[in-house]
Design a protein around this ligand. Sequence first.
Ligand code: ASP
Length: 623
Amino acid sequence: MAEWQRTHTCGELREEHVGKTVTLNGWVLITRNYGKQTFVDLRDRYGLTQVVFEADAAALFQQANDLGREFVVAVTGTVRTRVEGAARADIATGKVEVEAASLTVLNPSPPLPFSVTEFPDEKLANEDLRLQYRYLDLRRRSLQQVLVLRHRMNKVIRDHLDARGFLELETPLLGKSTPEGARDYLVPSRVFNGEFFALPQSPQLYKQLLMIAGYDKYFQIARCLRDEDLRADRQPEFTQLDVEMSFVERDDVLGCMETLAADIFSTCLGIQLPIPFPRLTHAEVVAKYGSDKPDLRFGLEIVDITEVAGRSDATFLKDAIAAGGVVRAINATGAAAKFSNTALKPGGELPKLADAHKAKGLAWMKYEGDKFTGSIEKFFPDAVKAELKARLNVAAGDLVLIVAGPEAVASEALGALRTHLGAALKLYRNWWDEKAEYDAAEEDRAKKAKRAPVPFVPRPEHFHFLWVTDFPMFGWDDEEKRWAAIHHPFTAPMDEDVAHLAADPGKVRAKAYDLVLNGYEVGGGSIRIHRQEVQSRVFELLGMAADDAKARFGFLLDALRSGAPPHGGIALGLDRWAMLLAGTTNIRDVIAFPKNQKARDLMTGAPAAVDERQLKDLGIRLS
Ligand code: ASP
């Protein structure tokens, strides 16, 4: 071992080490000079140790005073107990310090573009700047903790699935386009100029082919690439747990994922999740919550009041019903006082939101004292009002919001209102908001009592999982004037709906399922088509001519004819899982080297121009 190499990490020393000579390697977080002593907080990913340099040793003292932030150093010294009153309860090494005997600068660092300290109340530097210097940003304690958490999550997944007989198998990055509904990233071939590989949007077809090859339980922590518009919870390249199983039905896949989720939550957060998760059909969630990924941490269910509204004197309601539409409402309990009548007028906060979702207006009534007031109250005879009150469970202080129109519009608009109201009325709390509040108070309490702060532990009620099942198989693509697969074209139709395939594709439900957590889609999968003739029919329905289907998916059709077992699977979006486990809504916080919101890597500068020669090799001419 070289003389400068560490004997301990910066998170390791305790009282039992007092008197020992140790060597630490790490980064200088901060230095504090008090005239006769200089303190250096030395950091690595394991923790922080205080190193003391005494003025008596003049040369060494000078060396310490010349240290800058983020210099990487080796320090040898003796472990000693901190003086009375200087112990820190909030760090594991807080009872001891190292009295330095020698210091070697392994590498200096220029002044930093931003500080990597994370003192309470310290504001984070601008994200673009942090992404440009991501290797510095990743030195922050909170990001290190997130990456450790991700490692732990991946390890639980591997151990859990391995113990149940799954094989982790890799599939190609250079392949043929797999339709998952996004744009492909293409890679030009040098050998075959003018031809392209597509980077995988998912390993979907490969995992099905593995089933056909007899590897009946497969998983992969797979990188997927989709060239689509980015959002706070989306990246162009992301990681999913890809799973496929043979000889299974839907409930086998769901059950397998539930035990895995319980394992992940218990290992990573110490929470015992109640399983099985609730299951609702797509039709149910859309009717009740106006969304296929509803946040179930709060109620505010949508109620159909078409029948009652039909007996009012409001022409706009009656017209909507006569045109085949519906009337639906949300009772925002206790919200009457929160929204002034002006805020409810056209152009106000809530009507604007309804308009943005194509609703033709938002009607409302408040129940104040013992009567309804509001925009349309006068159109409801007393008896109808009483029925409405009973149907929506209205009590004093409630606000009823009503949308009339085609079912899809009413549902979507009320779904958006529901999501908005859930946040505006603070009907749920993100566990990390609760944690921030707790941490601040706990830090104070711990300091006063001179004890270590007790960490916040999230509770099961912070996480509402839900399976959404029985998705429609096809949606009408108005632009292309054809049916499109809602999940992907390899999803099996429900047995009882196969008969509708020819005459009424819109009616066919798929054996598809999504896993939803607190309003995020965190997984999705399906039982697959395993018969060639059904797959061919579905391709045809999607507007693919037989020779086109053969050219694109001939290998799959052939394989489906060659002893393909019944199979199904799922993919879990691990970046989103990591976000919800780590307590952030920013997907970039859980990825070591993410792209920014314009899909650029600010650190390396990718994407970037390439040499003329490289382009020539690929047969590409830029216009
Ligand atoms: N291939 C699907 C996806 O990536 C998941 C699945 O059907 O298993 O979303």
